[in-house]
Write a protein that binds this ligand. Structure first.
Ligand SMILES: [Zn+2]
Length: 147
């Protein structure tokens, strides 16, 4: 199957916070931050916050999968390495992100996060799938395929 849809994602720079538009189809080119030239991290979950969430979601044409978590949550800690591995597998296909619900109550309340971890999938800014609780890799792959 060929696809002509663009693979744009917005990635916050881990060093300076600048939002960078990246073509994930060209992830092999090792894109760098437009401001500070630090290489952008594509193979680990992107940290989203109340401040950058909307900009990232609105301008990303790839599916976005978000892990809502908190540092004190045991099941979240179990989920974290699975989710990190998932991010490596999704390079070039999806934007894998995480939101600390304690530090970002705005996004957490908009998504009505009652229990963590909660995994949500967004396409074109709309939620298309959600799973509450720690899940295995196979379930993450099912979720990201949801339409
Ligand atoms: Zn930067």
């Amino acid at each position: 199957m060929t696809t002509t849809t663009s693979q744009k994602a917005v990635l916050p720079c881990t060093a300076c916070g600048t939002l960078n538009r990246v073509d994930l189809a060209r992830a092999d080119a090792h894109p760098k931050c437009g401001t500070c030239r630090v290489p952008l991290t594509l193979d680990a979950p992107v940290v989203l916050t109340d401040a950058n969430f909307d900009a990232v979601i609105r301008h990303s044409t790839v599916p976005v999968i978000v892990d809502f978590y908190a540092d004190w949550c045991g099941p979240c800690k179990m989920m974290a390495p699975v989710f990190a591995d998932f991010a490596k597998r999704q390079v070039g296909r999806a934007l894998v992100a995480k939101v600390d619900t304690d530090r970002n109550p705005g996004v957490a309340s908009r998504f009505a996060i009652r229990s963590i971890p909660t995994i949500a999938v967004l396409r074109d800014g709309k939620e298309v799938g959600r799973q509450v609780g720690a899940v295995p890799m196979g379930r993450l792959e099912e979720l990201i395929s949801a339409r």
